[in-house]
Design a protein around this ligand. Sequence first.
Ligand code: NAP
Length: 289
Amino acid sequence: MGVTVNGRTKTLGVIGNPVEHTLSPVIHNELARVYNHNVVYLPYLVDGSVGDAIRGAYALHFGGLNVTVPHKTEVLQYVVEVDEFAKRIGAVNTLVPAEGGFKAYNTDIPGLYRGMLSDGVNMDGEDVMILGAGGAARSVAMLALDKGAKQVYILNRTVSKAEEIAKEINAYAGREFVTAMALTGYPKLSGKKYLCIQATSVGLYPKVEDVVIEDSEFYDMIHTGYDIIYNPYETRFMSLVKAHGGRAFNGLKMLLYQGIIAYELWNDISVSEEVAQQILGKMKEALGL
Ligand code: NAP
């Protein structure tokens, strides 16, 4: 049974541009149904003032908001408090009502980590390669530091962007934890097996045949490949990792757990792994899988 909307129903939602393809309503409305919470979650296109949208949602007593592309950094100006981890990441995706305004959190990165753990992948003691040097790659490098990875290599088309991230994280870590290199630089790293996180937008639907690195030798170096893309369900990167004997996972669980962690913050509950799997099933249904 779904939620019966009445005078006590709380509104949750996501702001972004575009928002029409978001899977978040599936995650949250299903969680509300499972826990019998009187909440509804809706998508809101914000193509004007982000500040007006945030102030309006607070004035309307929203129970919580998700923030997606392109507002994840700008929204920081319009909140009253930012969680410590989210401050380090520099981007937020979840707003929780607090005194006088919203408090901002980042649940994308804890979501990725919870997804990895549920797939039996840990960063502790790992040599990690990250493909890409955008917002997602930067956050993944920060997570790797937090979770005890041995070292991180960031490979990017624009090397200067990888260098910027390395400089910033190494200053924070107080050691040479991140090394920046070009996409062609991987032969220097041979002789070890890596956990590789694909954090570029290459391979995303509809360009499903694209992959950042084609070379066989590269895939021989990967014991586990994690693509943060989930559409297509199996990216070309994942197929190549598997073809070379590695394990490969997509980004659907990252999306699932970022939603679950947000819902936990808004409703002060802890979502069980069993319910998480149920929600994952609903997401796959929505994707036609
Ligand atoms: P971003 O900041 O725009 O960064 C994009 C990255 O992709 C850059 O490193 C860019 O390299 C690289 N790139 C783009 N086109 C390329 C090409 N043709 N050849 C080589 N490299 C190319 O994006 P982002 O926010 O980090 O997000 C990256 C991906 O993560 C997106 O596809 C997004 O859908 C996915 N994502 C998934 C989740 C989830 O919940 N599963 C959450 C967040 C993001 P340059 O620096 O050289 O331009």
